[in-house]
Design a protein around this ligand. Sequence first.
Ligand SMILES: N[C@@H](CCC(=O)N[C@@H](CS)C(=O)NCC(=O)O)C(=O)O
Length: 204
Amino acid sequence: MKLFYKPGACSMAAHILLNEAGAPYLLEKVDTEQGTTETGVSYLTTNPRGYVPALRLDDGAVLTENVAILHWIGEQFPELAPEFNEQPLLRFRQLELLSFLSSELHKAFSPYFSGKTFAEAEQAVIRSRLDAKLGQFNDLLAQGQSYLIADAFSVADAYAFVILNWTNFIGVPLDAWPETKAYVARIAARPSTRKTLQEEGLAA
Ligand SMILES: N[C@@H](CCC(=O)N[C@@H](CS)C(=O)NCC(=O)O)C(=O)O
């Protein structure tokens, strides 16, 4: 399979999981502004919406959208998913978390990467929306658990890590959310995360 990615972008969640599973995969870097890939072909033929991630499967089918790609990876490599067979509700807990991460937490960062300039009052609103979502995320960990579901690393954690890691790029310290700060450090220390950051050119 081949993952279409942009360094540090949300596509990094799938990348971490493929490394975590030890799965064979190829990478192709995308220039989303130009709509091309590093091999010089149009990316729009792979994902007409132009954004990453996209995952081309071995039979040529293409999956897009983080929620679908991450859920698919969890189904392929059950060691990355919660124990759905033992506890069927966990499948929906995972979907619930992936939906929150995708439509709430991820999107709260979007203004910071939009390339737009915001007036001071708008910046304050954007920041308070982000703080509210970070607070909601922190509440998920406030019982002292190490990971989001059943206290074991799973696909939702990879996505959460990638999003939360953006706080480093935009200069928002996580000190107000100590459980989240420790969670990010915990996932950053995983060999799969370190390998992924290196492969995306974000760590030595
Ligand atoms: N709905 C999409 C959004 C993906 C998305 O926001 N991708 C960003 C990177 S995190 C991107 O490719 N942005 C570049 C662009 O939109 O041109 C999903 O969840 O997969």
